[in-house]
Design a protein around this ligand. Structure first.
Ligand SMILES: Cc1ncc(COP(=O)(O)O)c(C=O)c1O
Length: 378
């Protein structure tokens, strides 16, 4: 959309031109099925192998630990259901956090109906989990702990490495939803000691429809019961013809992120800080979530006494979001902000600004000006 000021990059990102260029030949002339035995198919298969190595390297995994999916939601479903079914003889307890994405919460809810017990841990007002509470929630019959690395609404970063140690000390596995982390900060599955990790391409300038599930192999190998049956692709874990253009695109997006991550952190972080500092000078405004343990591109601000949904409509060419969810035609306040003890009114008065690498200082000044105007007129 022409003149659109897009500050909703946690929702999705545009495709970066170099990523598009990399994938186009695989939509046009190199369209073969990567599983086909003929030379045409094998040439495409070679490209998939290279892409898998690039993506695995980006998160410091082995190539055979990377499973391609359609996105983080699918990765999360395969991981949680796969562990639940495979390890149910060891225990039927799963721990997660109340501020997780619905892909995790609703998958867990589904398992509750199938005989599993789920602990939904509360968070502190700053969105962080109390590690002592986290530790005591993990029981002898806990088979899996699911934690989001970076929260999509507030940007709050959980201490994954410490959490993974606590989980492993009790003999359980940890699944990390790293959808808002991969591509923005360094994610090293080995150093963090993660068993399962999920992310989506479209949050890091690759197209929609491609995602990754990392599954630990080696001595502490995780075994998943497959959820998708068919041709036995992806080591039997996710049958279905591979999305080659998406895979090639994701590999290119990883290569670019590796080069640009440090610069992005500085440039986007400065723009986010400038936006946040100016907005917090307005009357009755406050920051939602920890100011310290937070990703550099996100700010979530409560404009007490205002209605964020009305503002979103009035902002026209400015794309921002609030976390309210529409279920059965009733607008619900964000479950993340509610878990951080905000009232319904304050949750409805909150906006998330998530910046990306195409934002400019001019964009930020326009947004500040528009919000100033809105606080005065409503
Ligand atoms: C933290 C997090 N997890 C999971 C998802 C689901 O990703 P997708 O819609 O690409 O499957 C999202 C998307 O907003 C997210 O932000």
């Amino acid at each position: 959309m022409k003149d659109n000021i897009y500050l909703d990059n946690n929702s999705t990102t545009p495709i970066e031109p170099r990523v598009l260029d990399a994938m186009l030949p695989f939509l046009r002339e190199n369209f073969a099925n990567s599983n086909s035995a003929h030379h045409f198919g094998q040439a495409v298969n070679h490209k998939v192998k290279m892409a898998r190595m690039q993506i695995a390297g980006f998160i410091n995994a082995e190539h055979n630990e990377v499973i391609f999916t359609s996105g983080a939601t699918e990765s999360i479903n395969i991981a949680i259901k796969g562990v639940a079914q495979n390890y149910s003889n060891r225990g039927k307890h799963i721990v997660t956090i109340s501020t997780e994405h619905k892909a995790v919460l609703d998958t867990c809810k589904d398992l509750e109906g199938k005989g599993f017990t789920i602990t939904y841990l509360p968070v502190l007002e700053d969105g962080l989990v109390n590690l002592a509470d986290f530790d005591s929630a993990i029981r002898a019959d806990t088979i899996l702990v699911c934690v989001m690395y970076v929260n999509n609404e507030t940007g709050v970063i959980q201490p994954i490495k410490e959490m993974a140690s606590l989980v492993h000390a009790k003999g359980a596995a940890i699944m990390v939803d790293a959808t808002q982390a991969v591509g923005k900060i360094d994610v090293d599955v080995d150093e963090l000691n993660i068993d399962l990790l999920c992310f989506s391409g479209h949050k890091m300038y690759a197209p929609k429809g491609i995602g990754v599930l990392y599954v630990r192999k080696g001595a502490n190998k995780i075994k998943l019961t497959p959820q998708m049956h068919g041709g036995g692709h992806e080591g039997g874990l996710r049958s279905g013809t591979l999305n080659v253009p998406g895979i090639v695109a994701l590999a290119k997006a990883c290569e670019i992120a590796e080069e640009e991550m440090k610069d992005n952190e500085k440039v986007i972080g400065d723009l986010r800080d400038r936006l946040e500092n100016e907005l917090l000078k307005l009357p009755n405004c406050s920051l939602n979530g920890s100011a310290v343990n937070r990703i550099y591109n996100t700010t979530n601000i409560c404009f007490s006494g205002h209605d964020a949904n009305v503002w979103i409509g009035r902002m026209r060419n400015i794309s921002v979001s609030n976390g309210s969810a529409c279920s059965s035609a009733i607008v619900e306040p964000s479950h993340v902000l509610k878990a951080m003890k905000l009232t319904d009114e304050d949750a409805f008065a909150s906006l998330r600004f998530s910046l990306g690498k195409y934002n400019t200082g001019e964009n930020i000044d326009t947004v500040i000006e528009k919000i100033r105007e809105l606080t005065q007129s409503s």
